[in-house]
Design a protein around this ligand. Sequence first.
Ligand SMILES: [Zn+2]
Ligand SMILES: [Zn+2]
Length: 180
Amino acid sequence: MRPMKVLLQPIGEGDWQLLARLAIRLPHLLPFVECQVSPKTVSLPPGAVTPRRQWLANVLLAHLSVPQGFDRIVGITNVDLVVPPFNFVFGVAEISGQRAVVSTARLVDRKDEVTELRALKEILHELGHTLGLSHCPNPTCVAAFSNTLADTDRKGPKFCLKCYQQLLVSWQQQCSDETK
Ligand SMILES: [Zn+2]
Ligand SMILES: [Zn+2]
């Protein structure tokens, strides 16, 4: 099984020093992942903003393309994201796909380490979806659905054993499909 190469892609203006720290932490929680941060920022797609100053998450998702040599791209933005009819989303992902987007807009705390841990959880959660994972009924598992920031803070940054095994099987399957 080869490593799953993940690119963290900043979208729009922001202080993206956080991303370098996240890229180091992600493989500790998903050991088959290798993570890099894109040195280039991509711009927010024009026309994807609603009258409530939220950005349409699925338009941002569609705007991303996975560069050669990578298996997944996770766009990170500090604008607020929405998928109507929801009021907001922390992130979106293609189920069993390659692309995800996470917003830090609602994750920011005055303590950087709190913001960072929340972002880490949201990225792991969305990466889980790209490997076909559904929401987990275990509220402490990172694959549990977050409706509020309190939900995000309650869950840990780890996948429960059942979810982790499912992710591993899914990635092994994708690797073995490539060699057929
Ligand atoms: Zn989810
Ligand atoms: Zn789980």
